[in-house]
Each structure stands twice: as structure tokens, then as C-alpha cells.
Design a protein around this ligand. Structure first.
Ligand code: SUG
Length: 415
């Protein structure tokens, strides 16, 4: 029996604000702030607990080794460089597992296995270092080759940002779905991180049926306004596409193309007249987890910032008063991640599979959530100021914190 498992990234002990992501407004505006890694990681566990209670299943991926000594070395740091270079080697950006990989569930693929391609994340230095270590985890979590195929990243220079630019529509998790890849065209004021050829390569590699695979251009205006990934302006689940009316380059054309491949499509569109593109990006209304609950209804897990926005909250209340498919809007506090441009949806990778085929060490239950909280409370730094990233003491603490986590989860082979 296939179900959807959300694999959240555990926020790493080096979580910091270094302003590394050009085109990500939150990252740029919080660069230089003090971060709170312990609080950040605990917020993440709390989100996972909520979804575990709602869905009965929840997975996680682990922080990567930081600081990345090999990268520090390669950067030939001598103090004359911009501080962002050193910070890149400390980044905890692997917490945003929506960028870990692109996932095509078994019902969609030619060989009937679930395919995962690690994302190369080549556009940003601090993210480009992630994929080999991410893949090591995917290789362990999804080691059962009867059910999974885990692929290396797409070769550069085709930028691939993984599931953040990928949506799947299906009548149920275990029915064949229509996969929608959203890419950006370069030339705007901010980088277009997802290259069309990366998306096409992933689709070919996963053995997707051409008639159930679509490639759609993201609206350049949305990228220019700070939607550096499509999941900042649209999310899909089941038959539903929840989207801002300025998400795609050709909005009506996108709906028509999706409907032609997937006639059951139900669009929940938020018009600019209700929520501007800028407010959608500031509050991350669309960087929500759109979940199918056990009773078949849908819930939207949004950041707290949505409740604090008059226009977003008014739209949500009006939507709930109607009879659309989304029956609940549930705010969660992920403010530490939000300040770096990562909402509830960025923090999770969706994998449709049978939980019994996944390495159980990557699956959460209540006792393991307690364990994670204990390890985080005991080992995660309380705060990090940008200046601390030169500190050997902090490096030791961060390395020891991750080692304690691997030990507690019996995942020492990732050390
Ligand atoms: O890649 N932020 C991440 C946020 C990723 C959000 N993911 C999705 N939308 N799926 C990024 O821009 C900030 C790092 C810093 O500035 O220190 C950062 O990498």
C-alpha cells in the first residue's frame, strides 16, 4: 500500500544567517542576524510531531557534515575574501529537503520503481556542496532496489533544485500521476535556478510517460519578485493545484496543459487582487504542505506569518467558508527557517512509497521525536552570530552535535 511520507530535514547545529541566496528575499534581508539553531531544530521537530499525529507517518533526513573542511580548504581563505565564502562551508541549508531530490513515485515510472534524483543545486555555492552527502543518505534510506532507484545528480551546468520545482497530480497516491516540472528562463534580475534541460533529463531518467509529463515555464515576474523556487507560488496534492494567479509564464496555458493530461484537475487559485505576489512571497502562503488527511479531506499547513497577514488570512477564511477541497488551514511556527526563506514545504521531501520498504532509522515515532529533542537540547548551539563562523570551538561543537545525533539514531555510517 503506497502512501506519502514527508521526510523533513532536521535543522543542523550550524544554522546561521549569512545572506547567501541571491533572489531569496528572506535570506538577503536576514543576512548578518543572530540565528538560534536549537530553537530552529526544535521548531522543526514540533512540525514533524504535528504531521505525525495527522498522518500517522513521518520521516526525516539528517544534517550534513559542517563545516565542510574540504570546501574551506578549496576556497583558499586568507581573510581578504567576502565573508559569505566561509559561511557557505557552514551552511545548514540541507534542512530544506524539498531541494534534496526529485521523486517520481512507482506508479509513474516505466520500471515500476520509485525513482529519486539528487538535486545538483549548482546555482548557489553553499547548496552545490550538498548533493553527494544527501545521496549517501538516500542510498541508505531507500536501499531496497526492488522498490527504489536512487540516481546521482544531473551534470552541471543544468541547474536542478529538485522537488521544489516539481508537482504531481494523481487521483490517489498509488494511482499513475501527472508530473509537472516547472523551470525558469535566465535573463531576469535574479537567477533562474531550475534549468529546463535538467527537468527533462530527470523525467527521461525516471522513465516517465511523455503523455503524463509536463514542462511549464515559471513566471519571470515571480522569480523577479523573490519566488526563487516554484513551491513559493504553487503546490499540488491529489487532484488539487493550489496556486497564485501569477505563478506561471502562461497561467491559462498551464491550466489547460495540465487539464489535458489530467482531466480531474481542480485549481484553487489565489488572485493578485486578494493577495499580491509580494505578500504571497513574504508570508509563504504557497510554501505550504497540502496534505490529504486519513478522512480524505485536505489540510494546508502554513507558516504562522500567514495568520499575521490581513490579506492572506482574510483570503484563507473566505476560502474555508466556501466548499473547496481544502478544509483546514493550520499555522505552524518555523520562523527560524522562514528567516532564511524556508517554509513548511521547503522543509520536507515527499516520497510516495510503502513505509515498510524504507530503512526504519529514517522514520519518526513519538519516542524518536523525544529522542531528537533531547539530543538537540543537549548539543545544538543556542545561538550563532556570523562572526562565530571563524571559531574553532564552534566548529568542534557543531561536529560533536551531529555525531551525537548519528549515534542516537544508530546511523554512525554517515559519520
Ligand atoms: O536555497 N535558503 C534556501 C531556502 C530554500 C527554500 N526551499 C524551497 N523553496 N523549497 C535557498 O535559498 C539561505 C542561506 C543563507 O542565506 O544563509 C538559503 O540557502
Amino acid at each position: 500500500m503506497l502512501t506519502e511520507i514527508n521526510f523533513d530535514g532536521i535543522v543542523g547545529p550550524s544554522h546561521n544567517y549569512a545572506g547567501l541566496s541571491l533572489g531569496n528575499i528572506a535570506s538577503a534581508s536576514h543576512g548578518g542576524d543572530t540565528s538560534y539553531p536549537r530553537a530552529a531544530a526544535l521548531q522543526g521537530v514540533e512540525k514533524m510531531r504535528g504531521n505525525l499525529a495527522r498522518l500517522g507517518v513521518q520521516g526525516f533526513l539528517l544534517p550534513l557534515p559542517r563545516p565542510n573542511r574540504a570546501l574551506l580548504e578549496a576556497l583558499a581563505l586568507d581573510g581578504t575574501e567576502p565573508p559569505q565564502l566561509r559561511a557557505a562551508a557552514w551552511s545548514a541549508s540541507a534542512m530544506w529537503t524539498a531541494n534534496a531530490a526529485t521523486v517520481s513515485p512507482a506508479p509513474d515510472t516505466a520500471d515500476g520503481r520509485c525513482h529519486l534524483t539528487a538535486a545538483n543545486l549548482v546555482t548557489m555555492l553553499h547548496r552545490a556542496q550538498e548533493w553527494p552527502d544527501t545521496k549517501r543518505q538516500l542510498d541508505i534510506a531507500f536501499a531496497d532496489t526492488r522498490h527504489f532507484a536512487v540516481h546521482d545528480a544531473v551534470p552541471p551546468t543544468f541547474g536542478d533544485e529538485g522537488a521544489a520545482n516539481h508537482m504531481r497530480l494523481a487521483t490517489s497516491h498509488d494511482a499513475p500521476g501527472v508530473e509537472v516540472f516547472v523551470y525558469g528562463k535566465p535573463g531576469g534580475r535574479f537567477p533562474a535556478r531550475q534549468h529546463e534541460q535538467a527537468s527533462r533529463l530527470v523525467a527521461r531518467r525516471h522513465g516517465l510517460a511523455p503523455e503524463r509529463t509536463l514542462f511549464i515555464e515559471q513566471n519571470p515576474e515571480a522569480i523577479a519578485a523573490g519566488a526563487f523556487h516554484n513551491d513559493v507560488v504553487a503546490v499540488a496534492n491529489g487532484r488539487v493545484l493550489f496556486t497564485h494567479d501569477r505563478a506561471f509564464a502562461d497561467q491559462q496555458g498551464a491550466y489547460e496543459a495540465i487539464r489535458a493530461a489530467f482531466p480531474a484537475l481542480e485549481v484553487v487559485e489565489v488572485p493578485s487582487s486578494a493577495v499580491t505576489l509580494e505578500e504571497a512571497i513574504r508570508t509563504y502562503l504557497f510554501n505550504a504542505q497540502l496534505l490529504t488527511l486519513p478522512d480524505g479531506s485536505m489540510a494546508l499547513i502554513v507558516p504562522e506569518e500567514c495568520r499575521e497577514s490581513a490579506s492572506v488570512w482574510a483570503w484563507a477564511q473566505a476560502m474555508l467558508a466556501g466548499n473547496g477541497p481544502i478544509r483546514q488551514v493550520i499555522p505552524v511556527d518555523v520562523r527560524q527557517s522562514m528567516a532564511n526563506g524556508g517554509g513548511p514545504a521547503c522543509l520536507r521531501l515527499r516520497v510516495v512509497c510503502d513505509p515498510a520498504t524504507v530503512d526504519p532509522r529514517f522514520l519518526l515515532d513519538a519516542a524518536k521525536a523525544d529522542l531528537l529533542e533531547r539530543v538537540i537540547a543537549a548539543h545544538w548551539p543556542e545561538q550563532i552570530d556570523p562572526i562565530d563562523l571563524a571559531s574553532e570551538n564552534l566548529a568542534r561543537d557543531v561536529i560533536a552535535a551531529r555525531a551525537a545525533l548519528l549515534d542516537a539514531l544508530d546511523l554512525g555510517e554517515l559519520g
